[in-house]
Design a protein around this ligand. Structure first.
Ligand code: ZN
Length: 293
């Protein structure tokens, strides 16, 4: 399942072919993904220019300007929200001598939405399991979108800082892992990077928040940013323009320091511990019982 760094690398891959360009045509090949797709989606996208391509949590947000190809302002700017779900993939094919190609066969079964972009790129959203979603929502009112309204601050945002986190966590009885997965406290963190951040911070995922010192809570903020930054940079350095050879965006070989390493030695120098896996709220936590307390 794509987490924040993967979504961010998809966004960065889309930037050069989408931002500032017009969507010439949209093919919408089914009525729904996880939820119904917006009404008249193809019509509402056609001719719109992507004024900005942003990310909020694990959502990619394409702000469309209000004018269509003829310059007529129809119904004000809307934003296209995209969530990759469990298996959603974005593919870019660029026209070369007038022919579109990517290494995957054309018109695959799960190519649900295909955007033809001014300047010669074709962007395909493929999602075999259909847990992904797309929606269109007025840009001016985006903060009220039901999927965005309850989200806490972005991990890279100024609002996510030591003081904020200490206030949100004070006196809470939940394990720290559950607190960091709570999207109302901080947006966009998932199982993998919470495990990685707690390992970096030398804090056990099972520690109760109320038993943590202020210093330990403060330590989480830079560690979370570091872990996410390293993962995004790994995507940037292992892929050309954030793309794989076949045009797929955003997924990359990334080595985790604790996640998925059950039974292997802890990578903290001199620790000598062995990584353990426990299940918390139905999800695997990987941690080193020697150095994470
Ligand atoms: Zn260790």
């Amino acid at each position: 399942m794509p987490e924040l760094p993967e979504v961010e690398t998809v966004r960065r891959g889309l930037l050069p072919v989408m931002e500032g360009r017009r969507i010439l045509r949209a093919e919408v090949n089914r009525p729904d993904l996880r939820w119904p797709l917006p009404e008249r989606m193809a019509e509402r996208l056609a001719g719109r220019r992507v004024a900005a391509l942003r990310r909020r949590s694990k959502y990619i947000l394409a702000d469309l300007d209000g004018a269509d190809v003829s310059g007529a302002d129809l119904d004000g700017g809307e934003t296209l929200l995209i969530h990759l779900g469990m298996s959603g993939r974005m593919l870019i094919a660029e026209a070369q001598v007038g022919v579109f190609h990517h290494a995957l066969p054309a018109a695959e079964k799960h190519d649900h939405v295909v955007l033809t972009i001014e300047g010669g790129a074709r962007i395909t959203f493929n999602d075999a399991r259909r847990f992904g979603m797309m929606d269109l929502w007025p840009t001016a009112d985006l903060a009220a979108h039901p999927l965005l309204a309850g989200l806490g601050p972005e991990p890279f945002g100024n609002d996510f800082n030591e003081t904020y986190l200490a206030e949100r966590l004070r006196g809470r009885t939940m394990p720290v892992k559950a607190a960091l997965l709570d999207q109302r406290i901080v947006a966009g963190l998932g199982n993998i990077y919470v495990c990685e951040a707690l390992h970096d911070a030398l804090i056990s995922p099972e520690r109760r928040v109320r038993d943590m010192t202020e210093a330990e809570i403060a330590r989480l903020v830079p560690v979370i940013r570091d872990v996410l930054t390293r993962a995004i940079e790994a995507g940037g350095s292992s892929l050309r323009d954030y793309r794989q050879a076949d045009g797929e965006l955003g997924y990359f070989q990334h080595s985790f320091r604790v996640y998925g390493r059950e039974g292997l030695p802890c990578l903290h120098p001199g620790c000598g511990g062995t990584v353990r896996r426990v299940v918390q709220s139905g999800r695997s936590s990987f941690f080193c019982p020697v150095c994470q307390r």
